[in-house]
Design a protein around this ligand. Structure first.
Ligand code: UDP
Length: 491
């Protein structure tokens, strides 16, 4: 009699933030396409984010389950419904948000105990440190995911070493050591943990870093051909347990999938496509700053005026939230919307970004260089106008401008920390925005070369996720590895 192989059940636990949930949902689809049962664990309101994408995957016969946890907002001193990082009202309440995440451990472990088939591994967002204990309790491997590239992982690793030795200069640029390329930064461009250097949430970060060192391995949303030297170095650092399986967004290959990434789009997808259809190929600039950042109103004005001054048609995403009313006041007082209505489309709320970027009319992506957005731009072969804001985005910009050479910067020099945007006021003037857009969009040498390189990389990205491509193989190797761990345990 043949003994059948034990069933695999990968439990995916994303951080409660759109930009961490979106790639994990894509990862779930890819794993399920390989016959693995996938259980996504998240909280009630975040299930709503999954519903469209995962329902469709389930409808097409994929084995994805969504397990719901109750988010203890009240117990953690957060406003009701504050289940996503972008909804946390202030920097001070970030501690409470992480406290609430910690409170989810017991609920999640109870559900894991009852799960059938039994969990085979946990793929956890790095920021959910308790999953390290859970994996130990269930004696299964914990693979981490934190949404950064190998380039940025290595930069951060070396920066931590510098910080611990007090070697990060207060001012002026310095070279990040031990990297395949010469990468220069300033302290002012670095994420909060280096700039200022101590944090009110330092203890939380320390716990996360400690849990990180205990992880079995790490999955990266990248493809080997994008950053080969950095993948090699990072793999050495992690003793081989690094699996590159991206770009994850490329698993959304029809318009419905593309339109359903993340939240429900605030605009009608058909109208948006019709609008784009009315423009020449590569003529429209798409401007969006991700799911978290809320620009100061004064800075938003410079952005909008710079877009207008460039003379190119554009889509500008105006995020909903606390500053939207002030932005709306300015848009009408200034007459911006009326004046630009022939060639400008404002999307209020959530844009179907992956769908928009894949339209042939898009010629440039004005981006804050979040890693998901960066990879989505590359996958669509769209050159980037870079405007990093916070966290590791200046590092992503270095990769785009100095290593890959597929973008032009607006010239921002300093991080604008999340939830402190008003304090930073105007960092980039409209003239600089206009100039960078024109450099990418005008058919001069710099923009043309940039476009050519991005298109080539876009094609390589698509090949990487195709059958026999490097990321396809990466996922095969990850599944095999987990299968082997499982078999060794049942021996
Ligand atoms: N996104 C979107 N529509 C929006 C804003 C964001 O679809 O209006 C998606 C975008 O496609 C990407 C993610 O949200 O997948 C943003 O992630 P990223 O890492 O770029 O930035 P973050 O939100 O972490 O700053």
């Amino acid at each position: 009699m043949m003994v059948s192989e034990p069933e695999l059940n990968f439990v995916l636990i994303p951080l409660l933030a759109a930009s961490h949930i979106i790639p994990m949902v894509d990862m779930a689809k890819l794993l399920a396409q390989r016959g693995v049962t996938v259980t996504l664990v998240t909280t009630t309101l975040n299930v709503a984010r999954f519903t469209a994408a995962s329902d469709q995957a389930i409808g097409s016969g994929l084995l994805i389950r969504v397990v719901e946890l109750q988010f203890p907002a009240k117990d953690a001193g957060l406003p009701e419904g504050c289940e996503s990082m972008n909804l946390v009202p202030s920097l001070a309440l970030m501690r409470n948000f992480f406290a609430a995440i910690n409170m989810l451990q017991d609920q999640a472990e109870k559900l894991l105990e009852e799960m059938k088939p039994k969990p085979t591994c946990i793929i956890s967002d790095t920021h959910i440190a308790w999953t390290a204990e859970t994996a130990d309790k269930f004696q299964i491997p914990r693979i981490i995911f934190d949404g950064m590239s190998c380039f940025t992982q290595l930069c951060m690793h070396n920066l931590y070493i510098m910080r611990d030795q007090n070697k990060i200069p207060e001012s002026g640029s310095f070279v990040i050591p031990d990297l395949p390329d010469k990468i220069e930064v300033t302290k002012a461009q670095l994420p909060r943990e280096f700039n200022p250097a101590t944090l009110s949430t330092q203890d939380i970060r320390d716990k996360i870093r400690a849990a990180e060192t205990r992880a079995y391995g790490i999955v990266i949303n990248t493809f080997e051909e994008l950053e080969p030297g950095y993948v090699d170095e990072f793999r050495k650092l992690k003793e081989g347990r690094v699996w590159c399986i991206g770009p994850l967004s490329l698993c959304n290959n029809d318009n419905l999938d593309k339109a359903q990434t993340g939240n429900k789009a605030s605009c009608h997808k058909e109208e948006c496509l019709k609008w784009l259809d009315s423009w020449q190929p590569e003529s429209v600039v798409y401007a969006c700053f991700g799911s978290l950042a809320h620009m100061a109103v004064t800075q938003f004005m410079e952005l909008a005026l710079g877009l207008d001054a460039s003379g190119y048609p554009f889509i500008l995403v105006v995020k909903s939230g606390e500053r939207q009313a002030l932005i709306e006041d300015w848009l009408s007082e200034n007459g911006f919307e009326e004046r630009t209505k022939e060639r400008g489309l404002l999307i209020r709320g959530w844009a179907p970004q992956v769908l928009i970027l894949s339209h042939p009319a898009i010629g440039g992506f004005l981006t804050h260089c979040g890693w998901n957005s960066t990879l989505e731009g590359i996958s669509a072969g769209v050159p980037m106008i870079t405007w990093p804001l916070f966290a590791e985005q200046f590092l992503n910009e270095k990769l785009l401008l100095h290593v890959l050479k597929i973008g032009v910067g607006v010239g921002s020099q300093e991080v604008v920390h999340l939830k402190e945007e008003e304090k930073f006021d105007v960092q980039v003037r409209k003239e600089e925005v206009m100039k960078a857009i024109k450099t990418v969009m005008d058919k001069e040498k710099e923009g043309t070369d940039c476009r050519k390189r991005t298109k080539e990389l876009g094609q390589i990205a698509k090949n990487a996720v195709d059958k026999d491509g490097s990321s396809h193989l990466g996922l095969t190797l990850l599944i095999k590895e987990i299968q082997e761990v499982q078999l060794n345990q049942s021996d």
